[in-house]
Ligand binder design. Structure first.
Ligand code: PDD
Length: 285
């Protein structure tokens, strides 16, 4: 079956969807994106992703070419047309195509909006949830506005390759001795039962999964502290884990080749994963 994608108001077979070589997303990484997961054909945390999309666009003084209602309809239509049970929907909006110039083009330049699906059967049954993942630490060399979800993802890609080369699954990035986040996820440690994760700011992406997981943790009477933590603290933690729309909650059992705690998946991450998946499935649209 050929995948149907969405481009600027049209549903098209993927090989017929074409974007200009002058698109500012292509030339300047002048675009923002979102990734929303789909479980049992329904969207997880759609509202959070749509709200963050609007914020990213606003921070870059970019227009929002689609209403939240229409965006929801496009997501649902793509799920239907591509028969997605479990998977992801990628959305990207750029400032559109214009002759190459660092200055932004005229405000009436049509923006580019693209959505496509990725089918991932069994997305919530990833075996890594029971075995845990290995991370390495690398220097955080990204730009300073990581709270805006832009498509400039080269450094995170490099980080993922560094992790692969080291036999690990991902990299946690470190700035001034403190962990910022993973290449495509938020980072957490657990010490003496307390969940610790970096406070919000321009240094990290404000994860939609992070917001939901912290809310569920507090509702379950778990102690949460939002503050920067060091690499040394992470290495001495009882547990560690990550969150993102594509991995939900995933335990981390090794950092830089050394076991976290006893090197096995602990109790907090699986519990949060279960609560998150249960509650998100119930609230899915
Ligand atoms: N990544 N931090 C970074 C740098 C991210 O790229 C992501 C998401 C997150 C987690 O955010 P959320 O919980 O809203 O997914 C944190 C997506 C999944 C991606 O690039 O594929």
């Amino acid at each position: 079956m050929t995948r149907t994608v969405y481009l600027n108001g049209q549903y098209l077979p993927e090989d017929e969807a074409k974007v200009s070589i002058f698109d500012r997303g292509f030339l300047f990484a002048d675009g923002v994106y979102e990734v929303t997961s789909v479980l049992d054909g329904k969207l997880i945390d759609f509202d959070g992703h749509a709200t963050r999309l609007a914020r990213s666009l606003g921070e870059l003084e970019m227009g929002n070419p689609i209403s939240k209602e229409d965006l929801l309809e496009v997501h649902r239509e793509l799920v239907r047309r591509n028969d997605i049970g479990d998977g992801l929907i990628y959305l990207q909006i750029t400032r559109g195509a214009a002759d190459r110039d660092f200055a932004y083009p005229a405000e009436d330049t049509p923006q580019t909006i693209v959505l496509f699906t990725q089918s991932k059967p069994g997305l919530a049954e990833n075996p890594m949830a029971t075995t845990g993942m290995k991370v390495i630490s690398i220097e955080d060399q990204r730009w300073g506005r990581r709270d805006i979800k832009t498509v400039q993802l080269l450094y995170p890609s490099m980080g993922k390759m560094m992790a692969k080369a080291a036999g690990a699954h991902d990299a946690w990035m470190v700035e001034d001795g403190k962990i910022t986040e993973g290449t495509s996820n938020n980072a957490y440690i657990v010490k003496n039962g307390k969940i610790i994760t970096r406070n919000l700011g321009t240094e990290i992406l404000h994860g939609i999964t992070r917001a939901a997981v912290l809310r569920f943790a507090r509702e379950a009477q778990m102690e949460v502290e939002e503050r920067a933590f060091t690499l040394d603290e992470a290495k001495a933690a009882d547990e560690a884990f990550i969150t993102s729309a594509s991995s939900f909650v995933m335990p981390v059992v090794e950092i830089d080749g050394a076991p976290v705690g006893d090197g096995k998946v602990g109790r907090v991450a699986p519990r949060l994963r279960e609560i998150y998946l249960d509650e998100s499935r119930k609230a899915a649209v």
